[in-house]
Design a protein around this ligand. Structure first.
Ligand SMILES: [Zn+2]
Length: 101
């Protein structure tokens, strides 16, 4: 009879939940240091971007009818993503409150 004793492997179960504080000290919210708005994708060179923006526009409300009047002066980009490789190039902190976008 061979008594083969194998050392019990100690499996440690470390389930530490790291709270990573993301500090946004920069004024811009670019996720790539070598990329700024207007440049092609740094990953694949794609020039077509998906952009999520907020802007002011003027509409005329008249008894159920809504008529578009004019675009506003305020435009803020919330998210810019490459349309080809879906690389995230810009993310505004306000996006954290917009889970559905
Ligand atoms: Zn890309």
């Amino acid at each position: 009879m061979t008594d083969s004793e194998q050392p019990a492997h100690d499996t440690e179960t470390d389930t530490d939940t790291d709270c990573t504080d993301t500090e946004t000290t920069e004024s811009a919210f670019f996720t790539h240091d070598d990329w700024s708005n207007g440049q092609p994708c740094p990953e694949c060179g794609e020039t077509l971007m998906h952009v999520v923006q907020v802007s002011t526009e003027t509409y005329k409300h008249d008894r159920g009818d809504v008529e578009y009047m004019s675009p506003g002066a305020y435009v803020e980009s919330l998210k810019i993503e490459c349309s080809d490789c879906h690389e995230l190039l810009l993310r505004h902190p306000a996006m954290d409150a917009l889970n559905a976008v």
